[in-house]
Ligand binder design. Structure first.
Ligand SMILES: Nc1ncnc2c1ncn2[C@@H]1O[C@H](COP(=O)(O)OP(=O)(O)OP(=O)(O)O)[C@@H](O)[C@H]1O
Ligand SMILES: [Mg+2]
Length: 468
């Protein structure tokens, strides 16, 4: 029936509150009513006992009839009680109120018989006597010298009780109304406080799904709702970062591909249009050739990254000796030294380190990190070390190159991230270390970068030695 959580909360709380208040009021009213009638009954009995005593004094001639009447009248008047004294034969001896012309109803007549047998009766359920208000009454035997010589009936009208009850009831209704109003207001506010952020979050989620920009959710409380808002804000940030990354990657990929293509097209067009002199043609064709090669490598890298990231690649594990692989790579890359005069060395701290891993990919790891060292080191050394410690093979490449600023180190493994501030001389796409990290992860290994800006860089990789 109630579609909104806010209405549900509101109605539930309010009805619960009302139910509790009504139950409490009911109990309070009935306690009050009982106390009041008990009080009335004991007043009536007290008056009865006093009347009995006065009658005794009258019978023993201590007081006159006139005195008796005035005493009883006074008592009757003060306590708003009608007092009747009847003879045993119920012929009417009336004292106090003279107008005893009341019709005794059947209830009272049967009570009188009981009283004459010595019982005291209390009728606290209001009865109606002719033309009068409703009354409650007490009847007791009139005793004198140990003999029951008559009946004392004492009536008190219900008017007072009714009036007081009505007043109490009215006050209570007023209090309940005010309490209900105050609590309705409070409940309404807290229901809104609970439901509003939920509605807000759900609206924002729809907006976010449509790709629209939304502000951060304002956190107003520290409870679960506040936590929901905080989680939503975190999620939003993550989505935006992921979305930004996707955009960057698309932009980067097309940029990285376009740059070499533009040069290739430029060189070829220059040759075709005759802008480039025939004797220079070979030089430009060579440049175009190099660019085309770079393009080929780049596409390979991009495909590699995509494959590694999709998780679809399976490792082709085999048993091989890491030392042999390192030596192969060293020979392969030795040619690069001639350009720069670097001290390029390989140290095998432990001989014959046998690994069970994907050899081609481990080769790629070597090549990528050693290539980086060559790119970013102009003088000094590049030192490759292989080692074994506990159950790990350790590959380390240290160089005396440019180093990397501390705040950039944590981004190195991101795709397309290049940290160098040396212009574009390095020609890197920023994929090499991302590929390395993926390969190391797939082998359950770890990679660590230690670098000091201006001094050099050390990359350390641990690969667990396991034979499955
Ligand atoms: N040995 C190093 N010395 C100094 N900076 C380094 C070194 N290795 C990596 N870097 C920094 O980290 C960045 C990311 O390296 P990564 O290998 O991922 O990309 P790249 O070498 O620029 O491009 P790619 O490897 O795709 O050709 C580099 O651009 C460079 O700024
Ligand atoms: Mg690289």
């Amino acid at each position: 029936m109630f579609k909104s959580i806010y209405m549900k909360l509101f109605v539930t709380y309010l009805s619960l509150f009302l139910a509790i208040i009504l139950v409490i009021s009911f109990f309070m009213l009935s306690i009050f009513y009982r106390e009041f009638t008990l009080q009335a009954a004991s007043n009536l009995e007290n008056a009865g006992v006093k009347t009995n005593a006065l009658m005794g004094r009258y019978y023993s001639n201590e007081i006159t009839r006139v005195e008796l009447n005035s005493w009883i009248n006074a008592m009757s008047y003060i306590s708003n009680i009608k007092i009747y004294v009847l003879n045993p034969d119920t012929s009417r001896l009336s004292v106090g109120n003279e107008d005893v012309d009341m019709k005794l109803n059947s209830q009272i007549i049967s009570d009188i018989t009981e009283i004459m047998n010595g019982a005291t009766v209390q009728r606290m359920n209001p009865i109606k006597l002719s033309s009068e208000d409703e009354v409650v009454y007490v009847g007791m035997p009139l005793e004198y010298n140990g003999q029951i010589s008559g009946v004392i009936l004492l009536f008190t009208p219900m008017t007072e009780l009714n009036n007081v009850s009505r007043e109490v009831l009215n006050t209570m209704i007023l209090i309940i109304a005010v309490a209900v109003m105050i609590s309705a207001f409070t409940i309404l506010r807290s229901s809104i406080r609970i439901s509003e952020p939920i509605v807000e979050i759900s609206n924002y989620a729809i907006e976010l799904g449509r790709g629209r920009e939304i502000p951060d959710i304002e956190i107003k409380s520290k409870d679960e709702i506040g936590r929901l808002g905080r989680s939503f804000n975190i999620m939003k940030k993550e989505i935006l970062v992921a979305e930004q990354m996707r955009r960057d990657i698309v932009a980067n990929v097309s940029h990285e591909l376009r740059t070499p293509l533009t040069s290739i097209i430029g060189f070829l067009k220059g040759i075709l249009d005759g802008v480039i002199k025939p004797e220079d043609e070979k030089k430009y064709l060579e440049l175009a050739y190099n660019e085309a090669n770079r393009l080929k490598d780049l596409t390979k890298e991009i495909v590699e990254v995509a494959k590694l990231e999709s998780g679809s690649t399976k490792l082709n594990k085999e048993r091989f000796v890491l030392n042999d692989l390192a030596k192969e790579v060293k020979i392969e890359l030795d040619g690069m030294v001639s350009e720069k005069k670097l001290n390029f060395t390989l140290e095998e701290k432990v001989k014959n380190i046998v690994l069970f891993a994907d050899k081609d990919r481990i080769r790629q790891v070597f090549i990528n990190i050693i290539n980086n060292s060559f790119k970013f080191t102009d003088k000094g050394y590049i030192k490759v070390t292989i080692n074994r410690k506990d159950k790990n093979a350790i590959i380390q490449v240290a160089d005396s190159g440019t180093g990397i600023k501390k705040d950039k180190i944590s981004y190195l493994f991101n795709k397309f991230y290049t940290a160098n501030e040396y212009g574009n001389a390095t020609n890197g796409a920023g994929l090499g270390l991302n590929i390395v990290k993926n390969i190391v992860d797939m082998h359950d290994g770890t990679i660590r970068v230690d670098s000091e800006y201006g001094k050099g860089t050390k990359i350390t990789i641990h690969i667990p030695i396991v034979f499955e």
